[in-house]
Design a protein. Sequence first.
Lengths: 149, 419
Amino acid sequence: MSDLRELYQEVILDHNKHPRNFGEIEGADRHADGYNPLCGDRLAVYLNLDGERITDVAFLGSGCAISKASASLMTDAIKGRTVAEARALFGRFHAMITDDADAPPPEGVGKLAVLAGVRDYPTRVKCASLAWHTLRAACDDLHEPVTTE
Amino acid sequence: MALMSSPAEAAAPALDVERIREDFPILKRLVREHRLVYLDSAATTQKPRAVLDALARYYAQGNANIHRGVYVLSEEATAAYDAARVKVQRFLNAAASREIVFTRNTTESINLVAQSFGRRNIGPGDEIVITHMEHHSNIVPWQLLCEQVGARLRVAPIDDSGTLQLDALEGLLGPRTRLVSVVHLSNSLGTINPVEDIVAMARARDIPVLIDGSQAVYHMPVDVQALGCDFYVCTGHKLYGPTGIGVLYGREALLEQMPPYQGGGDMIRSVTFEKTTYADLPHKFEAGTPHISGAVGLGAAVDYIQGIGFDALVPHEADLLEYGTAALAEVKGLRIIGTAARKASILAFVMKGAHPHDVGTIVDTEGVAIRTGHHCTQPVMDRYGVPATARASVAMYNTREEIDALVRALHRVREMFPV
Ligand SMILES: Cc1ncc(COP(=O)(O)O)c(C=O)c1O
């Protein structure tokens, strides 16, 4: 049970149940769709930008607790940051969820650290990264849906 | 044995499940410090020692390329490969071993029929009838063919229980129907389709029928002559055999008139740059060095199943399905997807407030292996309005205790995702 609680921490269960920034931004500056063919999860990410700064972000979609919580945490983490900062955060986050189990605790990911347990469940890495891949597509202004494959 | 048999089943020879479990080395494995509870046989069955030994023996003692070898080893390997074909022929009760073509898997068997039979017999405006519960491997090859020849795919609906609407299927059979291709036992719903009736309907209109027996062949006896179907396909790895070996049964008259699927060695009679003539059945459809050890392993698997016998296996698995259905109903907020009157093996479900993927991960921490996702049947997921399901499936080596372990693990899920 203990390692399960490490994956499904209270914060994650809470974000799953009460996702933050959940919904569509009407007339958003940027928007992208993401799809995880493995589990059928779909989500959309919406962005408003002021120059390089992300002034508003929201997501919509259905998915497992990990993907939903990850999307919710992501929106909290990047709101108000620049696109470059968001990309850098994705880099650190991705390293955290794919590192091997005895890697040192993650640096500079803030609240996202609650998702570190995902690295013990390789099949779930895509769930945790779907929102981020979709965000990247929105930043790049890609109009094709992205997949985690 | 813990199995309680109802009076109707009492006549059937009891299955000694503990002895059977001894035959499957993997069932002794620990997973995350728990004894493995393997409830994913619909994805692939575990392999009995008889199959593992046959594979090892073949490579350690009998390995050679088949056909045209004049030395002992090659003759032995050829004989073993041919013997495996005869075993499969008898298992499916085909009229002749020429009617059994070895392929890689069900997927390749269906693609072979689509590209060889289909390209020759199906043209612009023609129709192929399938059902809403087909595996992607019985959808996509027909879509490819339809694009190539300008034919149209028609889909027979299912009702909310996952039962095929037979009248609607019959209504789709018309003058342009060139083939009916249906699953025998659905891998995502467990529904057993009335293939006898479907064959009768199609036969009355001279329409050939392909049956996808991937899930059926290890849960019930299949007799292709009694069924009267034209093609029957299955895959070795779900038949307690190795991966990489599959079966296409085809009626000889049809196979004879079909062009080769792939060209190469072993499928020819003679080759010149001007003209090549093809080998006789079934070799015409087996280009290149085949999966010899796979066939040998599949032969051993078929022997193993027949040694156990469907008379013993069917009631045991029916008991597990009934027991499991009742046990799952006790889990709060759980809905079973697929409740047809005629079912086998499959217990697919969704849980309120818990995504199937989370369900799968959580039960895995208790050593329970179930599958989550769309099970290569996305149209079924769409039909039920779910992105995915969790699916437990039973085979001959499973026990009621393992169902109990699943239910215990599902209660864990409920604790974590309360409703
Ligand atoms: C009903 C059904 N048809 C076809 C297949 C495809 O089998 P394979 O992947 O071995 O070709 C499967 C198994 O996944 C199945 O359950």
